[in-house]
Design a protein around this ligand. Structure first.
Ligand code: ZN
Length: 340
């Protein structure tokens, strides 16, 4: 359990190191990952992966990065998210233990490197599908890195943060070398949503209002009543809200309300990070967003400066959530900006 928590924290750290990880993690370079993950490379796969069968041939797979979901259809397997390049072969091996049917589809819930990093492995045999903005953000990643990272590299060097400096330098090197056509972006994209029909299961893919990013989708297995939320749901984990990636605190509320209105009450929910949950877990996460926005609203109405609010605000009810020390103040800053 400890190890698992550590793994999640590292994946999130990786995500937070850059809000534009798409290309950086979907890179041909094995050095694309920041060094904190190195310890996991040495671990045997049985300690990295955990497979949990849910209803109707849907499975959750915990590894290192955003939680994976997969569905065994009558003729083929559909997978949701691909974590990182280095462990994608392990994901494929875990799926093969459950079914020898070919993996034909990979859905990406959004563009972050801990969800699309394994695309390079999957693209050899699977059709990669995602919202338009996932492709856009993945393909613009080298240009974005070359525009933004040199200044960040200088700041990291000045601050003596060697690990960050190395990560940023590696990313810049990657961005200089990579050809955009090499990036394993989705080749089939959609605007508002689509349905995939496999046997008697209908898999609904819904694009939602900007929340975690502006390319978020969730995946609902109608018959199995299983929902994969991507990073629109962090279960008992403080979310990363990628404002630079088009995300929005208020958008999270809209997205969660749309989803809640469409799903069965007995749904099983795979969050982007954290353990499998249900409707009450999703509602608890919504309450965190509500409480965060209320605190920001009150502070702003009372004339408190953003600086003071971000420094002083605490939400004690959520202090036990993983990532509170790392991400809560970032959430607070975003909520203050959005408060009116
Ligand atoms: Zn994410």
């Amino acid at each position: 359990m400890r190890t698992r928590k550590f793994a999640v924290a590292l994946a999130l750290c990786a995500t937070m190191l850059s809000s534009r990880l798409a290309g950086s993690q979907a890179t041909p370079s094995p050095k694309a990952m920041p060094s904190p993950s190195a310890g996991h490379h040495d671990r045997p796969p049985q300690e990295v992966f955990r497979v949990k069968p849910l209803s109707g041939n849907v499975y959750a797979l915990y590894g290192r990065g955003g939680n994976v979901g997969f569905f065994i259809g009558p003729d083929a397997v559909l997978v949701i998210d691909s974590e990182f390049k280095d462990i994608a072969p392990g994901i494929v091996a875990e799926i093969k233990k459950v079914s020898d049917k070919p993996i034909k589809f990979l859905l990406n819930t959004h563009h972050h490197g801990d969800h699309v990093g394994g695309n390079e492995v999957f693209k050899q045999f699977a059709m990669i599908v995602a919202h338009d903005n996932v492709r856009k953000r993945m393909l613009s990643s080298p240009a974005d890195i070359l525009r933004d990272y040199p200044a960040r590299l200088e700041s990291a060097k000045k601050a003596g943060n060697e690990q960050m400096a190395k990560f940023l330098a590696d990313q810049i090197e990657w961005a200089k070398k990579v050809r955009v056509e090499e990036i394993a972006a989705p080749i089939m994209t959609f605007d508002s949503g689509l349905r995939i029909h496999m046997g008697d299961e209908t898999i609904q893919v819904w694009h939602l209002p900007p929340a975690h990013t502006d390319g978020d989708s969730v995946v609902y297995f109608e018959k199995a009543k299983v929902l994969h939320m991507g990073d629109d749901f962090f279960n008992r984990v403080i979310p990363f809200i990628d404002i630079q990636g088009g995300g929005s605190v208020g958008g999270y509320l809209m997205a969660l309300d749309i989803v809640t209105a469409r799903i069965a009450s007995e749904v099983a929910i795979i969050p982007g990070h954290g353990e499998i949950s249900d409707l009450s877990g999703l509602k608890s996460f919504r309450q965190y967003i509500v409480d965060l926005m209320d605190a920001a609203q009150k502070a702003k109405s009372a004339g408190k400066s953003k600086e003071d609010f971000v420094k002083e605000v605490e939400l004690p009810a959520y202090k036990s959530f993983e990532g509170y020390p790392d991400r809560f103040r970032g959430n607070a800053s975003a909520a203050y900006d959005e408060a009116r």
